[in-house]
Design a protein around this ligand. Structure first.
Ligand SMILES: [Zn+2]
Length: 169
């Protein structure tokens, strides 16, 4: 509030929950909406070993359970991926990755900007779910979506997506 940029961390399940956490801690809603600029949730996923990575044809029930369709692919900015010809990837295990199939890790992110609509929603006493849905409608990729995007690009596996991120509310 005094013009200094402060970076801080909180433990929550996702970016929008941070608002509720701050309110629970006794911070006034107007204080949250006037001083928070951006909230980023992050997780680490294991990345596929480049030396033994193979394409997989995903099972239909997995595709359905993850809600992968044309609309989602557009949301994830992957319009070149054909919904009917999806590929997942997984390392088979080799000397490079010590038979693990994974080598290294990378971050997946959910970035929520304090937009005018989000600000108004918080001031009106909107729930975390309200804030989550609003932020999502304004283009925020959720942790699950962000991880799924990495899986569809062949950087990680669908197993990692499911292990590390929760289904969207
Ligand atoms: Zn390998």
């Amino acid at each position: 509030m005094t013009g200094h940029l402060v970076l801080s961390t909180l433990h929550t399940n996702d970016a929008p929950s941070t608002v509720g956490r701050l309110l629970d801690m006794g911070v006034e809603a107007f204080m949250v909406t006037s001083s928070v600029i951006l909230i980023q949730a992050q997780r680490l996923v294991r990345t596929c070993c480049k030396d033994c990575k193979k394409e997989l044809k995903p099972k239909k029930e997995v595709v359905d359970s993850l809600g992968i369709n044309t609309e989602l692919l557009r949301r994830l900015d992957l319009p070149h991926i054909d919904e009917k010809n999806l590929k997942f990837f997984k390392g088979e295990g080799c000397d490079t990755c010590n038979r693990d199939g994974y080598k290294g890790r990378m971050g997946v992110y959910e970035v929520m900007k304090m937009s005018e609509n989000v600000r108004q929603c918080i001031l009106k006493g909107g729930s975390t779910t309200d804030v989550f849905r609003l932020a999502k409608s304004e283009g925020m990729l959720t942790l699950r979506e962000s991880a799924l995007r990495k899986a569809l690009l062949g950087v990680t596996t669908v197993e990692e997506v499911v292990r590390v991120t929760a289904a969207d509310r």
